[in-house]
Design a protein around this ligand. Structure first.
Ligand code: DLL
Length: 433
């Protein structure tokens, strides 16, 4: 089920030759058209035509979120506005959003890459594809939409929210594919339970989930509750949107980065040095075919590693390990580093604990306190206080043993933690850092 056999199975040597050519062209083009890049590249000693090998990429300067901020809104566009046919934006956590643009050709590329993504999970033109990613400035909805149409599937452009209607249409239209954030998929599964809808009676077969970190344990939970295969898909607005990398159904381990369009690197986030494949660090992407909004060595802040072993699905594109968190997501609790996804993994392994949680952090007399609020099954919640306390202590101990961090575990009533319709908010940090 490979969408583009020619490019997705290119032997390494041919792939690298193609990357080199495309990278050279792209860097020369932005040097000529984007003053901000020209200044940055010149400072780094770059002159047009000076790239000889793929390894020369490491000599080019990084692009950071800060660069996007200072050039807001259109300062990094490499094409005149009359060639830009679409704008997307991602809500920054503070202040102005990140703004990205696409030419007609960029939209075509993006559609192709999302069609590849869907093929990675064995979706075809026969599928009925329910898109529950938000439509609008967020890249999730429209990105998935164009790809699903390119694939030739029957698209249901639901967007996020409208939970009961989602389920009704899933039943009536016989949707076979669901595309949403993983937290929203769980939310829908829960509502099915409330409404007495048995997932076995649905036609759903596979889901394409991404846009937020999730764990292997959460995959198991989604697969069990919705009775589907759950595929991890990755992307970010700055690089394109969804469609940068996707797991294949054959392995469900590691996401193939569409390397004929993006060059991935892993760097040490503190030194900026490039790490060899296999080592864990910060993901960096260079786009080599984008017209309107190319990026050179964009620092994603996402943590992953590149898996050097070939994949049995036949794709030659390197896989990135599931993103375990972001460098700016990492909580430092009394000096111990911990990612929300690590806590998620511990919680999911506990019998009776539900996959709905939130981490609250605050300071008490200059000491950090981490409270893990997690829902438990109705039967446990209505049990004796003693049982609940015993369970809390047990989870606290497991987190301490496995992650080295002390926390308070508060078991809360079913459905008391806010449900997400898009990206879940897992951490509330009330420390004034
Ligand atoms: O979330 C694009 C997207 C839409 C990807 C739909 C997949 C599906 P942004 O809003 O710009 O774009 O957020 C990008 O989300 O840097 C990661 O931190 C996180 N992220 C995206 N996919 C995954 C994933 C879209 N599969 C940011 N696992 C990225 C973990 C993910 N984190």
């Amino acid at each position: 089920m490979i969408w583009n056999d020619e490019f997705e199975t290119l032997p390494r040597e041919a792939l690298e030759a193609l990357q080199l050519k495309r990278m050279r062209d792209m860097v020369d083009r932005v040097f000529a058209t984007v003053p901000f890049y020209r200044a940055k590249l010149s400072d780094a000693g770059y002159a047009p035509g000076s790239i000889r090998t793929l390894a020369d990429l490491a000599s080019l300067p990084f692009t950071t979120k800060e660069d996007l901020r200072v050039t807001y809104p259109f300062g990094l566009f490499a094409e005149p506005m009359e060639r830009v046919v679409r704008i997307h934006a991602s809500s920054g956590t503070t202040g102005k959003p990140v703004v990205v643009g696409y030419t007609k050709k960029d939209i075509d590329t993006w559609s192709e890459l999302m069609a590849r993504t869907l093929s990675c999970g064995h979706a075809t033109h026969r599928d009925v594809i329910q898109i529950a990613y938000g439509y609008g400035l967020f890249t999730g909805g429209l990105g998935a939409h164009y790809g699903a149409e390119k694939l030739g599937g029957t698209v249901i452009p639901m967007s996020g929210g409208n939970n009961k209607r989602q389920i009704m249409l899933m039943q009536d239209f016989r949707s076979t594919v669901l595309m949403s954030t993983p937290s929203y998929a769980l939310n829908l599964a829960e509502i099915m339970g409330e409404e007495g809808v048995d997932p076995e009676t649905l036609a759903l077969r596979v889901g394409f989930f991404g846009a937020e970190p999730w764990s292997e344990a959460m995959r198991a939970e989604i697969e069990k509750k919705l009775k589907i295969d759950a595929i991890d898909i990755y992307g970010l607005s700055e690089v394109m949107g969804p469609g940068v990398a996707s797991e294949c159904l054959e392995e469900k381990h590691g996401l193939h980065v569409f390397e004929d369009h993006f060059i991935p690197e892993i760097i040490d986030p503190s030194t900026g040095g490039v790490l060899p494949w296999g080592e864990t660090g910060e993901l960096v992407f260079t786009t080599i075919t984008k017209e309107a909004f190319p990026v050179i060595r964009y620092r994603t802040r996402d943590i992953s590693r590149l898996i050097p072993e070939p994949c049995r699905c036949g794709r030659t594109h390197v896989r990135m390990e599931r993103v375990s968190g972001r460098t700016d997501d990492m909580l430092i609790i009394r000096g111990v580093n911990v990612f929300p996804s690590q806590i998620e993994s511990v919680l999911m392994a506990v019998e009776g604990v539900e996959p709905h949680y939130q981490l609250i952090v605050w300071r008490e007399e200059s000491l950090d306190v981490l409270e893990v609020q997690v829902e438990v099954e109705e039967a446990i919640f209505s049990d004796k206080i003693k049982t609940l306390e015993g369970l809390s202590r047990r989870v606290e101990r497991t987190i301490k043993d496995l992650l080295g961090v002390s926390c308070k575990v508060k078991l809360v009533e079913p459905k008391s933690i806010q449900r997400s319709e898009g990206k879940a908010k897992r951490v509330i940090d009330n420390r004034k850092l």
